[in-house]
Every structure is written in structure tokens, then in C-alpha cells.
Design a protein around this ligand. Structure first.
Ligand SMILES: CC(C)(COP(=O)(O)OP(=O)(O)OC[C@H]1O[C@@H](n2cnc3c(N)ncnc32)[C@H](O)[C@@H]1OP(=O)(O)O)[C@@H](O)C(=O)NCCC(=O)NCCS
Length: 170
């Protein structure tokens, strides 16, 4: 099936806070234990009750968002939290299966980083990704994330996008 494309007249993609219906939709995107592990890490046990996702996905200081063009649409989900001043950790990044293969993952990550910069002053970003998650890796590398070898292990890459270099004063 040819990938769906978004008409240019559509409202812009944005991040908004998740509602109960979004968590129900999110539950349908994660259909097996392997996807669950790659998406949310080992703390979230599969199967889960989608209604409990707000609690199950809680992390200290976590902010959760849905990628959407309007209140009734959920195209993706993501979180960030700050544990180190100026550095936001991006997590639980996922697109609805029907929204994949269209470049929306880069848009979601860019919007998430902009949100973290606006609300938490983040300049640098970190994330963790399974080494064999090739689409996710391609997205993160395309956005300027690089592997941090000393914080990676045999199954997971730790990645970091450094703060932009300060411009020399004129
Ligand atoms: C990870 C995810 C958000 C990526 O979104 P996506 O729409 O599937 O990604 P795309 O199809 O746009 O692919 C991204 C890139 O990877 C490339 N790619 C896809 N499959 C690939 C593969 N098997 N090997 C190598 N590259 C691959 C694509 O060509 C594309 O590169 P390009 O931007 O240079 O064209 C999505 O697959 C998802 O929700 N996965 C389940 C949850 C998950 O794993 N989250 C990641 C947590 S770290």
C-alpha cells in the first residue's frame, strides 16, 4: 500500500497533552512484548492496561505529549524529562503504525526538543535506543544525535545531541 501523505492544507502538526482516548489509542499501537520493550524500556510490563498508562509511564519530572493536528487525532506519543540542568532526556517515542514511513518521527522529535527548550531551557538532549532499532537510529542520527560509547551496552545505545556551539562574539 502506498504511504499516506498529509495534504499541505492540513492544520500544522503540534504536540498537545494526552487525553484518556489517546492512551486507549496508544495501547493499540503496542501489540507485543518486543515492541513494548523497545518503546518504553523494561519498566513497562506487557501486556498493560492502556487506562493505567498515565501512571505506568510516570517518571520524575516527565512531560508527556501527543503528536496531532487536532483534538481528535493521535499520530504519535513522546515524553521528556530533565535530570541534569540544560539536558532533556527524550523517551517513549512512538508513532501510530498508520503514521510511519512518512518522516513524521523526525518532526515529532524536533517538536519535542523545541518543547523541552521552551519549557525547561534544554540545550542538549539524550535518549536510549536498542541497537537493532534501525528506523529509530536513522531518525536520531539524522537529527544530530551521536552515540556515547561509555554509556552504551551490548543491546542499547546511549545517544546525545550536544548543545550548539556558542557563536564567537563579533
Ligand atoms: C521508531 C519510529 C518512531 C520511526 O518512525 P518511522 O516512521 O517508522 O520511521 P521511517 O519509516 O521514517 O524511517 C526512518 C528512517 O529509517 C530508515 N529505515 C527504515 N527501516 C530501516 C531499516 N530496516 N534499516 C535501516 N534503515 C531503515 C528509513 O529509510 C528512514 O530514513 P530516511 O529518513 O533517511 O529516509 C517508529 O518506527 C515507531 O514508532 N516504532 C515503534 C516504537 C519504537 O521503536 N520507538 C523508538 C524508541 S527509542
Amino acid at each position: 500500500m502506498a504511504p499516506r501523505t498529509i495534504p499541505s492544507s492540513s492544520p500544522p502538526l503540534r504536540l498537545r497533552p494526552p487525553k484518556a482516548a489517546d492512551y486507549a489509542a496508544l495501547g493499540t499501537w503496542v501489540q507485543d512484548a518486543d515492541t513494548c520493550l523497545r518503546w518504553a524500556g523494561p519498566k513497562l510490563k506487557f501486556p498493560f492496561n492502556p487506562r493505567q498508562l498515565p501512571q505506568l509511564l510516570e517518571e520524575p519530572g516527565a512531560h508527556s505529549f501527543v503528536l496531532s493536528r487536532g483534538p481528535g487525532e493521535a499520530l504519535g506519543f513522546c515524553q521528556f524529562w530533565v535530570r541534569e540542568a540544560g539536558v532533556a532526556h527524550l523517551a517513549r517515542i512512538i508513532l501510530a503504525p498508520a503514521a510511519r514511513g512518512q518522516g513524521l518521527a523526525s518532526t515529532l522529535c524536533a517538536l519535542l526538543m523545541a518543547q523541552a527548550t521552551k519549557t525547561a531551557g534544554a540545550q542538549a538532549f539524550t535518549l536510549r535506543v536498542y541497537r537493532d532499532n534501525h528506523p529509530a537510529l536513522a531518525v536520531y542520527e539524522g537529527l544530530g544525535f551521536v552515540t556515547v560509547p561509555e554509556q552504551s551496552n551490548e543491546s542499547v545505545f546511549s545517544m546525545r545531541k550536544p548543545a550548539p556551539a556558542a557563536r564567537p562574539e563579533a
